[in-house]
Each structure stands twice: as structure tokens, then as C-alpha cells.
Design a protein around this ligand. Structure first.
Ligand SMILES: [Zn+2]
Length: 170
């Protein structure tokens, strides 16, 4: 194709695009394509990064980030603990704590606990309004809670055995 051919082709592309703009103006308005407008709910998740990479921390960071963006509110910080009695908790300062033992649970259980604690950023109680927020994002919350109640000892066992695993000389 010579230069004239290219000019003709370019002209045709322009005619095509202006026709498209008339007929489907909305596709030219999509901010992600044509401007640097940020997405609707940019929720920064500030998480403490200390020490070497930690798979459990990465799991919770990514799930908190995922659900924060969807739910529209984010914690100040995320802490991981080896708690004896709680799977997760939310402080009045807006920080979330998660039990490391949860990392061995199925993904949907981790997500339920993350959703539960994020919902406390909005409702600092276990009122009907709180459960409505949880239910909106996790309609299976009752099954998830039941699973957790039934598998407490399994998760604790998995967590303790992974901590005490040591190399053996054979
Ligand atoms: Zn709670």
C-alpha cells in the first residue's frame, strides 16, 4: 500500500469513528479508555509490611483489598495474630485483626471472616443492621459460621502442626 492508499484508509477510519461516535457516544465516554479518571471507589489499604514475605499475610492483604474495594470501606491496618479465641476482630481505631489459623480454611471461609470484620467498620456491633451488611456481601454467612464452629479444632490442629513441623534426619 502506497502513501495515497494509507491516506485513504486513514480517512475511512476517521469517517467510521465519527459515525460510531454519533451512534454510540457512550463508548467514547468510558474513563478507563480515554482519560486518566480513577475508578469509582479507590480504597487504599494500608497494611504493615515488616519482615520477609509472608504467605498468610499476603492472603489476608489481598482478600481485605478485594472486599474493601467492593464494600467501599477499608481498615487502617491489618494485623495477624495467633489468637486463641477469635477468628477476627475489629478495633475501635479501625484496624482489623485476623487469626493466622484461618489461613488453612477454605477460601470462602476466609472471605466470610474478612467481610464480617470489614462490616464492623460500618457497624461496631452485632445488630440487625450489621448482619444485613454481612448478608449483602456473603449471602451464605450462616453456613460459613456453622463451618467455623464445626472446624475449630481442625484449624487449630493444622496451625499448630505447621508451626511445629521440623526437619528430621533419617
Ligand atoms: Zn463480629
Amino acid at each position: 500500500m502506497g502513501i495515497e492508499g494509507a491516506v485513504i484508509l486513514l480517512r475511512e477510519v476517521r469517517v467510521f469513528l465519527s459515525g460510531l461516535r454519533r451512534e454510540l457516544p457512550e463508548i467514547f465516554l468510558r474513563p478507563t479508555f480515554f482519560s486518566a479518571v480513577p475508578p469509582a471507589v479507590p480504597v487504599p489499604v494500608r497494611v504493615r509490611r515488616a519482615g520477609p514475605k509472608d504467605a498468610v499475610r499476603e492472603l489476608f492483604e489481598s482478600r481485605v483489598k478485594h472486599w474493601s474495594v467492593l464494600m467501599g470501606f477499608a481498615p487502617k491496618r491489618v494485623f495477624l495474630k495467633n489468637q486463641r479465641t477469635l477468628w477476627g476482630s475489629c478495633s475501635t481505631r479501625g484496624n482489623l485483626n485476623f487469626n493466622r489459623a484461618l489461613a488453612d480454611a477454605p477460601a470462602e471461609i476466609v472471605d466470610y471472616v474478612v467481610i464480617h470484620e470489614l462490616a464492623h467498620l460500618k457497624e461496631m456491633n452485632h445488630s440487625r443492621r450489621f448482619w444485613a451488611v454481612v448478608e449483602a456481601w456473603c449471602p451464605q454467612q450462616k453456613q460459613r459460621r456453622l463451618w467455623l464452629r464445626r472446624n475449630v479444632s481442625l484449624l487449630k490442629h493444622l496451625a499448630s502442626s505447621s508451626r511445629s513441623r521440623t526437619p528430621v534426619v533419617s
